[in-house]
Design a protein around this ligand. Structure first.
Ligand SMILES: CC(C)(COP(=O)(O)OP(=O)(O)OC[C@H]1O[C@@H](n2cnc3c(N)ncnc32)[C@H](O)[C@@H]1OP(=O)(O)O)[C@@H](O)C(=O)NCCC(=O)NCCS
Length: 144
């Protein structure tokens, strides 16, 4: 992921999320040297993902597939790629948070070996200005 990708990324982000990250948030992630990857098909940006690493732990901060490209295996491909990078970096545990209502993402995480280890009650705002729980998932090195 480069600064020149950010207009396309923010366009996807805005289509997908009720509370999208803006360009500045992605710029900060790049400046912080987080692992930041895009998957491209020709000139099209299909998917992107961000992961931070601290010592032997990683946090997946965002993983997103363009709405027209979802359900074609790209999310799984990108997540597998992050797991490969984690292995190369000798990461012991990978964490992520997901909205309790996001069944598609939860299915993907479980498919690739993640387990729910916690819950943050009322962590997210949702579109009705109500609160929604965040589920915390992890996967350990021996399971990915
Ligand atoms: C979640 C997301 C990354 C999944 O990527 P994707 O490319 O659509 O998913 P894939 O085609 O790679 O499917 C991988 C697995 O996800 C699950 N999945 C995908 N689409 C699904 C659907 N419509 N219903 C239920 N499960 C689904 C399945 O477990 C699937 O494995 P299977 O094909 O063996 O059943 C993508 O849908 C997305 O970007 N969603 C919006 C952003 C988001 O919610 N990101 C996660 C924030 S925590």
């Amino acid at each position: 992921m480069q600064i020149s990708d950010l207009d396309k990324i923010v366009a996807i982000e805005t289509q997908i999320y009720t509370f999208p990250w803006n360009k500045q948030v992605f710029t900060d992630c790049l400046n912080a040297k987080y692992i930041a990857k895009v998957l491209e098909k020709g000139e099209y940006l299909v998917a992107y993902a961000l992961m931070s690493i601290v010592l032997d732990e990683a946090n997946i901060l965002n993983i997103c597939v363009s709405p027209t490209q979802q359900g074609n295996g790209y999310g799984e491909k990108v997540l597998n790629y992050l797991l490969d990078l984690a292995e190369i970096n000798l990461i012991q545990t990978i964490f992520l948070e997901v909205r309790a209502s996001n069944k598609i993402a939860i299915n993907l995480y479980k498919k690739l070996g993640f387990n729910q280890v916690g819950i943050r009650k009322n962590y997210y705002r949702n579109s009705y200005n109500l609160r929604e729980d965040a589920l915390i998932f992890t996967v350990k090195r021996r399971n990915y």
